[in-house]
Design a protein around this ligand. Structure first.
Ligand SMILES: NC(=O)c1ccc[n+]([C@@H]2O[C@H](COP(=O)([O-])OP(=O)(O)OC[C@H]3O[C@@H](n4cnc5c(N)ncnc54)[C@H](OP(=O)(O)O)[C@@H]3O)[C@@H](O)[C@H]2O)c1
Length: 367
């Protein structure tokens, strides 16, 4: 069997390594792609520094873009030579930070004309997270295809997107705007407020202000003649102190709260192992009647409609129509695969990412 290079974590906080791993054949409805570009996400840091759900040595990464080089006999939509992008996480062979990815056809989208792979790889992980969170955790109906003149009955409900400038937050805002939700507010650094307004935020608040919880409540109360009930809060950050705690001051009986897992109890830093938890309640005091749940996008395939449509059809279609703008890209340079992977991880660790996605090359396209 032939082999290829993959970026692996060999243990929490240890330097990454390049391992030669087996290159499997595409069977059934599987597709093999030559991975040209990837994006780094905080999960890479949670896994490399925190060991989150990792069995070392483990290949990292879950967003890939590249060219199809082989298809299994049951593949019906894609052909060798198609340029594709997608999100995979279930096995070593479909993790992203390696020269070849083998995954199922239903986790792949064709790259629409006019877009680069660098732009496209910012989508898969968090566009899927956004859609899954809004339908499963907020219970919103997002009919697909969206009927003309679609107006959701619940379009006036108040929704708070905490961490609107994060990759997840940007996609959540844009999907809500497309489906007609009007009363959406967000927290983010001031530098991003203008862009988030174009993505549909009615108002933005700087989460660094100590009284941000009061500001949000006052704004919504003023806008709704003293009523001010927030139906849904999505915490796109999951930090016990800097997002869950201020959110717990805003959430009232009847508010549903969805929190991106893992909960970050202590941030990763150089030489410091992060503390991560799956418990959204520990150390936080919630009002009675607040429903809170941890988001686990890795279960989105349980919904057969989303398994069939979300990555292959909905994601590229909304990108092509300009409904979803990709995250800005911060291209990580480096002479070797290992150098780019380490640099990306270090930028995550040092919190050098603001309103953008780290994007880097895995391998050159094959001629
Ligand atoms: N469980 C799941 O299914 C799932 C799925 C996807 C993501 N996640 C998790 O969700 C988190 C976010 O992922 P991501 O890829 O969207 O991250 P990201 O884009 O890397 O997030 C960076 C942004 O976070 C913002 N931020 C940092 N601390 C904040 C705070 N206390 N309040 C508000 N905003 C804050 C910063 O905003 P400013 O630049 O405005 O300062 C920055 O732009 C990660 O922990 C990730 O692992 C979980």
């Amino acid at each position: 069997m032939s082999t290829h290079a993959a970026v692996v974590t060999i243990g929490p906080g240890l330097p990454l390594e390049i391992h030669q791993v087996k290159t499997p054949k595409a069977i059934g409805n599987q597709v093999k792609l030559r991975t040209e570009w990837t994006a780094s996400t905080p999960l890479d840091l949670h896994q490399a520094d925190g060991g989150l759900l990792v069995k070392s040595p483990q290949v990292l990464g879950d967003g890939f873009g590249g060219t199809v080089v082989e298809i299994g006999p049951e593949v019906s939509r894609l052909e060798v030579g198609d340029v594709v992008f997608g999100f995979g996480w279930r096995s070593q062979e479909e993790k992203a930070h390696q020269e070849y990815v083998v995954t199922n056809e239903y986790l792949l989208a064709k790259l629409p004309t006019g877009f680069s792979l660098q732009e496209a790889v910012t989508l898969p992980n968090n566009f899927v997270t956004a859609w899954h969170t809004l339908t499963k955790e907020a219970g919103l109906n997002l009919p697909w295809p969206k009927p003309e003149n679609h107006k959701p009955q619940t379009r006036d409900q108040w929704i708070l997107v905490w961490g609107g400038s994060s990759s997840v937050g940007q996609y959540i805002l844009q999907v809500l705007k497309y489906y007609g939700y009007k009363n959406v507010v967000a927290t983010a650094s001031k530098a991003h407020h203008e862009r988030l307004r174009t993505y549909g935020a009615k108002e933005c608040f700087d989460y660094r202000n100590g009284d941000v919880s009061d500001e949000v409540q006052k704004f919504i109360s003023l806008q709704s003649n003293g009523n001010g009930h927030i139906s849904f809060i999505v915490d796109c950050i999951g930090s016990r102190t800097s997002s869950i705690s201020p959110i717990s001051k805003i959430a009232k009986p009847g508010t549903d709260v969805a929190i991106m897992l893992p909960v970050i109890v202590k941030d990763a830093a150089v030489g410091i192992k992060p503390e991560l938890s799956m418990d959204v309640d520990e150390g936080v005091s919630w009002a009675d009647g607040v429903e809170r749940r941890g988001v686990r996008t890795h279960f989105y395939l349980d919904n057969q409609f989303l398994a069939d449509k979300l990555q292959p059809e909905i994601m590229p279609s909304l990108l092509e129509k300009g409904v979803i703008k990709p995250n800005d890209q911060l291209i990580v340079e480096g002479d070797t695969l290992l150098e780019r992977a380490e640099k990306a991880l270090s930028k995550l660790r040092n919190k050098e990412v603001s309103g953008a996605r780290l994007v880097w090359r895995i391998a050159a396209a094959q001629n």
